[in-house]
Design a protein. Structure first.
Length: 657
């Protein structure tokens, strides 16, 4: 290069040298920012970011909190929890679904095709990341077999959960209810009223029916969590506690609160076994008439709530929902029926109080009463002859109460029925209680657009016609009569206690009204004298020489009560006296038996409703068994001679109403 060229180029260098300085400064600033950023991330936030990094290899697993236990009034267990081993597959990590399904099918005694279908279905509905439950409640041998193939099977896990354990199976299933996994449809509805830290998540188990549902917030508890180290395919790997980034092995769960019920486990079991032994279906209610505490509530046919704890098989669910006798329903509160002759007690009480009859009033029963162009039959074909109030209730004479109803009228009958506890919900804290129906002239005009016909007084007076009640309402009504007018609200929960044993809720008797006292406008009051007359008549049903429940008397205990046989459809003249047992099952009459004891100071009130049993006395063995069970347990002195006398009681009345 010539000196001239060099000079010319050096001038160019000088021209660009200032620009390079800016470049060097920019590069220096960039490196400084990078250095400061690295210093900030590694020194200032190093500990925090290390935890985030380590969290990527940690998986949080929920530890479900045990649900609170349900106990009977004496502290005996009714419902508790058992461990539940569950096999799951996470679709995201499964390699070779066909092969994995084949292995699991062999180990778990399942069909390979069903496993594949379950995984594919879940993948469509819930995405790739939600684990699919392959089988619950697996045995320890199955756990060991799955564990052997788990490390070579990405996405396969055995987790331990908790399943609800109903100790008496079908007995009481409708009041205890059952649990199940919360559904997609339920989540937004249930979370609407929950706080952010208390919201339900997919996979959570909730109460679905009965007390499990009603008291779910108290029974649920607070779930815990544990952290495990996993590889990229979510396979668990063993690490020391120092590599968990400061995370604890587990965060403790808080168990649910325990609930003590008013139920007596022994009475519940004795009532259930008696119903089964006597081949009856229907419902049984026993309560303390002086408080409203439910001692027994059961239904047959029933279902086993343990089937729901681990996911009910489709074939069992189909059988339950298609059963014509509705085992899932709590018949004691969710179904209503004609009260039949048990309603004559209410009619007689109203007639005595209103002065329509007195203790000397009598009517001649020839077996039927002709009214208008129709014959109204008595259940005894040739009649009872001339009977007064006591004899009519003891023998359950229809014709006597036909005559009474004609003079009394439906409006007065209905007022007393409602006042005693019929025709409205009792308020028991269970879902779907029905109100029943106590008709009057206004109801018929408003509902059917028709005037009340005088002949309808007759059928409704013997608990047929439009009249409908639930077994629990009948129990409340007879408890009211037994206590001379005290109407208590039935309840099931005595107390709720937290894990420290502190009582956070206590159920107390709630007196709704005293029928001896004046109510609001047009609400009748009943004198103690009237109650005493009615109770004397009810005592004759068991203790009298012609009582319809005479065979079920108990030596040493004065029982008061009433039988009833409810026709399920209108009978023709030829069908009235046809033998009930010769009809098809669904055409047979329902039976009622309501009783309380002792009659002068009742401690227990029992109602048995036996479906398609033909006779009101069909529930007699169950009532007798429950009364003996109660007094043997709580007042044995009343039955000290029972074992000597039982079985030698003279049967003075063989006929069934």
């Amino acid at each position: 290069m010539s000196p001239i060229d060099w000079v010319e180029n050096s001038e160019d260098v000088k021209e660009y040298s200032d620009r390079f300085r800016f470049f060097y400064v920019a590069v220096g600033i960039a490196f400084a920012i990078l250095f400061l950023r690295l210093w900030y991330l590694q020194i200032i936030r190093g500990t925090e970011l290390r935890r985030f990094s380590e969290q990527n290899q940690l998986k949080e697993e929920k530890i479900p909190a045990p649900r609170g236990m349900l106990l009977d009034r004496n502290g005996e267990l009714l419902v508790d929890n058992l461990p539940n081993f569950i096999v799951t597959l996470t679709p995201q990590h499964v390699v070779g679904l066909d092969q994995v399904a084949g292995q699991l099918a062999t180990i778990l005694s399942l069909k390979k095709e069903d496993i594949i279908e379950d995984v594919k279905q879940s993948r469509k509905q819930n995405g790739m990341f939600k684990p699919v439950i392959i089988k619950e409640n697996i045995s320890r041998d199955e756990v060991a077999a799955v564990e052997r193939i788990k490390f070579d099977t990405p996405g396969l896990r055995v987790v331990m959960g908790i399943k609800r354990n109903y100790l008496d199976g079908e007995n009481g299933a409708q009041i205890f209810g059952y649990t199940g996994e919360v559904s997609k449809q339920e989540l937004p509805v249930l979370n609407r009223s929950r706080t952010a830290d208390n919201k339900l998540k997919a996979g959570d188990v909730i109460g679905k029916a009965g007390l499990e549902k009603r008291w779910d917030p108290e029974l649920r508890g607070v779930d815990g969590a544990k952290f495990v180290s996993v590889d990229a395919r979510e396979r668990e790997i063993q690490v020391g506690r120092d590599l968990l980034g400061g995370y604890p092995d587990a965060a403790d769960y808080v168990p649910g609160k325990n609930i003590t019920l008013t139920i007596d486990k022994d009475l519940q079991r004795d009532g259930y076994e008696s119903m089964k032994r006597n081949n009856l279906m229907g419902s049984v209610v026993a309560l303390d008439p002086n408080s409203g505490e439910i001692l027994t509530m059961l239904n047959l046919p029933s279902f086993n709530p343990n089937h729901f704890s681990t996911g009910i098989p489709p074939e069992i669910w189909t059988k339950l929902v298609n059963d014509p006798f509705k085992p899932l329903r709590n018949k004691a509160i969710q179904d209503h029926y004609p009260p039949a002759s048990t309603f004559k007690t209410v009619v007689g009480l109203a007639a005595l109080q209103e002065g329509v009859i007195n203790l000397n009033t009598s009517y001649n029963c020839t077996g039927l009463l002709r009214f208008g162009r129709r014959d109204y039959h008595c259940w005894v074909k040739h009649g009872h002859g001339r009977v007064n109030f006591f004899e009519a209730l003891e023998r359950s004479c229809d014709v006597f109460f036909y005559q009474v109803a004609l003079n009394l009228g439906i409006d007065k009958i209905s007022k007393y029925a409602r006042r005693l506890g019929m025709g409205s919900r009792t308020g028991i804290p269970l879902d779907n209680e029905r109100s029943g129906l106590v008709p009057d002239t206004e109801w018929k005009k408003k509902t059917l657009g028709e005037e009340w016909q005088p002949g309808e007084n007759l059928s409704n007076a013997i608990g047929q016609g439009f009249m409908l009640i639930t077994p629990l309402q009948l129990a409340v009504t007879y408890a009211t009569i037994g206590t001379d007018g005290k109407v208590y609200q039935p309840f099931l929960v005595k107390n709720v206690k937290d894990t420290d044993g502190k009582t956070i809720f206590e159920g107390t008797p709630r007196l709704l009204r005293n029928v001896q006292e004046a109510g609001s406008t047009n609400e009748p009051q009943v004198t103690k004298e009237t109650f005493e007359h009615v109770k004397k008549a009810l005592s004759l049903v068991f203790q009298g020489g012609h009582g319809t429940a005479g065979r079920y008397r108990i030596p040493g205990i004065n029982i008061g009560g009433k039988t009833g046989t409810a026709q399920l459809f209108q009978l023709s003249k030829e069908q009235v006296y046809m033998k009930c047992e010769n009809r098809e099952l669904k055409q047979r009459h329902n039976g009622w038996l309501a009783a309380f004891a002792p009659i002068d100071n009742p401690r227990i009130d029992v109602v048995v409703h036996s479906e398609h049993s033909c006779h009101g006395t069909a529930g007699g063995p169950v009532v007798k068994d429950l009364l003996i069970s109660y007094f043997r347990k709580y007042e044995p002195d009343l039955l000290k001679d029972l074992d000597k006398k039982i079985g030698t009681v003279p049967i003075v009345h063989e006929g069934d109403e």
